[in-house]
Design a protein around this ligand. Structure first.
Ligand code: NAD
Length: 256
């Protein structure tokens, strides 16, 4: 049994009664978060562009899949509202969907800059507006978890547009914490390091894996379960006094 599944067994039901919406939940870190929140007792709805893995993950956890392209603001508003209505309310919003592109700073097309913000950052504002209004109306002291990145803190060569969009996520999260704390709502970021998912897989080489593993004192890259375990903790009552933070989940690659 892996360390992650031992932990999951120990925390089953700590999210009982919680209703969670996860964006980008069809694969990778998002799918791991959907599975972990459900394993800990939450009811989960997921939003994603990809219908096939999205429906499969939803069926696996007895949850609901809502297809949406998050770069479409109106569709995003409708999708998150439908997901919340299906759950009968919302306690946990996980803004996880994102994309990565690589290009040297001097060659980044402005269209790619805009696209990065249109998918990595802008939808978080929209889903947060819809979800937080519902939390406030229902008197729910909910929590919002936004996926940033170590690139949002430390930068990353070839990732100016990605890193900038993730730095904006950290800033958005802090303002969310500041403005919504009076309603009992908390907001935090997760800043993963290098996690083995489809993201970046098309250009990943074994040399990359070796090099990046060496940057971690633990000597390995992250797994989706490393991130979902922290998300589940942040969704739990044990994290009630944490807000406005950007937690590194980097295996020590970044320590600030
Ligand atoms: P992934 O590519 O495996 O999964 C991303 C998910 O987001 C996919 O299911 C995809 O369909 C969905 N998505 C993308 N664009 C969408 C859109 N327009 N509308 C709806 N859904 C859309 O990536 P991942 O590695 O699981 O990344 C999850 C999050 O973690 C992202 O925000 C990413 O930036 C962040 N992150 C990842 C790493 C890493 O090393 N993998 C590191 C730091 C941060």
């Amino acid at each position: 049994m892996s360390a992650t599944s031992v932990t999951a067994a120990a925390t089953a039901a700590r999210l009982a009664g919680k209703r969670a919406v996860v964006t980008g939940g069809a694969r990778g870190i998002g799918a791991a978060i959907v599975r972990r929140l459900a394993a800990d007792g939450a009811e989960v709805a997921l939003l994603d562009l990809l219908p096939d893995p999205g429906e499969t993950v939803a069926a696996e956890v007895g949850g609901r899949f809502v297809p949406v392209d998050l770069s479409d603001t109106e569709a995003t508003r409708d999708a998150v509202a439908a997901a919340i209505d299906g759950l009968g309310g919302i306690d946990v919003l996980v803004n996880n969907a994102g994309i990565l592109r690589f290009a040297p700073l001097l060659d980044i097309p402005v269209e790619d800059w805009d696209l990065m913000f249109a998918i990595n950052t802008r939808p978080m504002l929209v889903t947060t507006q819809v979800a937080a209004r519902r939390m406030i109306d229902d008197g729910v002291a909910g929590t919002i978890i936004n996926l940033a990145s170590m690139a949002g803190k430390a930068g990353g060569a070839g990732q100016a547009h990605y890193a900038a969009s993730k730095a904006a996520v950290i800033a958005l999260t802090r303002v969310t914490a500041l403005e919504l704390g009076c309603h009992g709502i908390t907001a935090n970021c997760l800043c993963p390091g290098y996690v083995l998912t489809e993201m970046g897989a098309d250009t990943r080489t074994s040399d990359d894996v070796e090099l990046w593993s060496s940057y971690s004192p633990l000597g390995r890259l992250g797994e989706p379960g490393d991130v979902s375990a922290v998300a589940a903790f942040l969704a739990s009552a044990d994290a009630a006094y944490l807000t406005g933070q950007a937690f590194n989940v980097t295996g020590g690659m970044v320590m600030h």
